[in-house]
Design a protein around this ligand. Structure first.
Ligand SMILES: [Zn+2]
Length: 142
Protein backbone atom coordinates (compact mmCIF):
# COMPACT_ATOMS: atom_id res chain seq x y z
CA UNK A 1 0.00 0.00 0.00
CA UNK A 2 1.40 3.36 -1.01
CA UNK A 3 1.83 5.98 1.66
CA UNK A 4 -1.06 8.33 1.86
CA UNK A 5 0.11 11.93 1.32
CA UNK A 6 -2.61 14.51 1.77
CA UNK A 7 -2.07 18.14 0.81
CA UNK A 8 -3.47 20.69 3.29
CA UNK A 9 -4.03 24.04 1.59
CA UNK A 10 -6.37 25.86 3.94
CA UNK A 11 -6.77 25.68 7.69
CA UNK A 12 -9.86 27.85 7.63
CA UNK A 13 -13.62 27.27 7.47
CA UNK A 14 -12.78 25.46 4.19
CA UNK A 15 -10.80 22.76 5.99
CA UNK A 16 -12.67 19.58 5.17
CA UNK A 17 -10.60 16.51 6.01
CA UNK A 18 -12.46 13.86 7.98
CA UNK A 19 -10.71 11.64 10.50
CA UNK A 20 -12.96 8.69 9.64
CA UNK A 21 -11.47 8.63 6.14
CA UNK A 22 -8.05 7.86 7.64
CA UNK A 23 -9.02 5.71 10.64
CA UNK A 24 -7.60 2.56 9.07
CA UNK A 25 -4.30 4.03 7.90
CA UNK A 26 -1.17 3.05 9.74
CA UNK A 27 0.46 6.31 8.69
CA UNK A 28 -1.02 9.55 7.48
CA UNK A 29 1.30 12.03 5.77
CA UNK A 30 0.16 15.64 5.68
CA UNK A 31 1.90 17.96 3.22
CA UNK A 32 1.74 21.66 4.08
CA UNK A 33 3.73 22.89 1.05
CA UNK A 34 0.70 24.70 -0.33
CA UNK A 35 -0.77 25.88 2.95
CA UNK A 36 -1.98 29.39 2.18
CA UNK A 37 -4.16 30.45 5.05
CA UNK A 38 -4.72 29.68 8.72
CA UNK A 39 -7.39 31.12 10.97
CA UNK A 40 -8.83 30.24 14.35
CA UNK A 41 -11.94 28.49 12.99
CA UNK A 42 -9.70 26.36 10.83
CA UNK A 43 -7.34 25.56 13.67
CA UNK A 44 -10.27 24.35 15.76
CA UNK A 45 -11.43 22.08 12.91
CA UNK A 46 -7.90 20.85 12.34
CA UNK A 47 -7.43 19.96 16.02
CA UNK A 48 -10.79 18.12 16.04
CA UNK A 49 -9.60 16.25 12.94
CA UNK A 50 -6.38 15.23 14.75
CA UNK A 51 -8.41 14.08 17.75
CA UNK A 52 -10.66 11.95 15.54
CA UNK A 53 -7.68 9.93 14.28
CA UNK A 54 -6.77 6.89 16.37
CA UNK A 55 -3.64 7.33 18.48
CA UNK A 56 -2.25 4.21 16.77
CA UNK A 57 -2.14 6.05 13.42
CA UNK A 58 1.17 7.83 13.00
CA UNK A 59 0.71 11.30 11.52
CA UNK A 60 3.69 12.90 9.77
CA UNK A 61 3.86 16.61 8.99
CA UNK A 62 5.85 17.56 5.90
CA UNK A 63 7.06 20.96 4.66
CA UNK A 64 5.62 23.01 7.52
CA UNK A 65 5.67 26.73 6.76
CA UNK A 66 7.07 29.23 9.29
CA UNK A 67 3.51 30.42 9.97
CA UNK A 68 2.34 26.90 10.75
CA UNK A 69 5.40 26.31 12.96
CA UNK A 70 4.54 29.53 14.79
CA UNK A 71 1.11 28.02 15.52
CA UNK A 72 2.78 25.00 17.16
CA UNK A 73 4.15 27.43 19.72
CA UNK A 74 0.96 29.28 20.52
CA UNK A 75 -1.88 26.80 19.98
CA UNK A 76 -2.29 23.66 22.07
CA UNK A 77 -3.32 20.47 20.33
CA UNK A 78 -1.43 20.70 17.05
CA UNK A 79 1.26 18.25 18.14
CA UNK A 80 -0.42 15.27 19.80
CA UNK A 81 1.91 12.38 20.65
CA UNK A 82 1.18 10.52 17.41
CA UNK A 83 2.40 13.46 15.30
CA UNK A 84 5.95 13.60 14.02
CA UNK A 85 7.30 16.65 12.19
CA UNK A 86 9.40 15.48 9.25
CA UNK A 87 10.37 18.81 7.72
CA UNK A 88 9.82 22.51 8.24
CA UNK A 89 10.96 25.83 6.86
CA UNK A 90 13.17 28.12 8.91
CA UNK A 91 13.06 31.85 8.11
CA UNK A 92 16.21 33.93 7.79
CA UNK A 93 17.03 37.41 6.63
CA UNK A 94 20.08 38.82 4.91
CA UNK A 95 21.77 41.70 6.75
CA UNK A 96 23.27 42.92 3.46
CA UNK A 97 20.38 42.95 0.97
CA UNK A 98 17.57 42.81 3.56
CA UNK A 99 15.80 39.98 1.74
CA UNK A 100 14.03 37.16 3.57
CA UNK A 101 14.77 33.52 2.82
CA UNK A 102 13.47 30.24 4.09
CA UNK A 103 15.40 27.00 4.18
CA UNK A 104 13.90 23.61 4.73
CA UNK A 105 15.22 21.55 7.62
CA UNK A 106 14.62 17.81 8.02
CA UNK A 107 13.90 15.93 11.24
CA UNK A 108 15.24 15.41 13.82
CA UNK A 109 15.16 19.06 14.90
CA UNK A 110 17.17 20.63 17.62
CA UNK A 111 18.42 24.10 18.25
CA UNK A 112 21.63 23.24 16.39
CA UNK A 113 19.54 22.96 13.18
CA UNK A 114 19.03 26.69 13.45
CA UNK A 115 22.72 27.43 13.66
CA UNK A 116 23.79 25.79 10.43
CA UNK A 117 25.49 28.53 8.46
CA UNK A 118 23.28 29.72 5.62
CA UNK A 119 24.45 32.11 2.96
CA UNK A 120 22.50 34.62 0.95
CA UNK A 121 22.05 33.23 -2.58
CA UNK A 122 22.49 36.75 -4.00
CA UNK A 123 25.46 38.22 -2.18
CA UNK A 124 26.90 35.39 -0.09
CA UNK A 125 26.42 37.21 3.20
CA UNK A 126 25.83 35.02 6.25
CA UNK A 127 22.10 34.94 6.90
CA UNK A 128 20.68 35.68 10.31
CA UNK A 129 17.75 33.98 11.97
CA UNK A 130 14.49 35.82 11.65
CA UNK A 131 13.41 34.63 15.09
CA UNK A 132 15.48 33.63 18.09
CA UNK A 133 15.86 29.90 18.63
CA UNK A 134 13.81 30.01 21.82
CA UNK A 135 10.98 31.66 19.94
CA UNK A 136 11.00 29.55 16.79
CA UNK A 137 11.72 26.19 18.39
CA UNK A 138 9.75 26.76 21.55
CA UNK A 139 7.54 23.77 20.67
CA UNK A 140 10.50 21.39 20.98
CA UNK A 141 10.39 19.67 24.30
CA UNK A 142 13.76 20.12 26.02
ZN1 LIG B 1 21.71 39.18 0.62
Amino acid sequence: MAEKMVSVKMITEDFNLKGEDYAHEKELHLDFTHLQKINSIGLRSFILFLKSIPATTQIKYHHCSPLFVHMFNIVDGLLPTNVEIKSLYIPYFCPTCQNDYTFEAQAPFNKASLHEVRQCPDDGAQLELFYSENTFFKFLKA
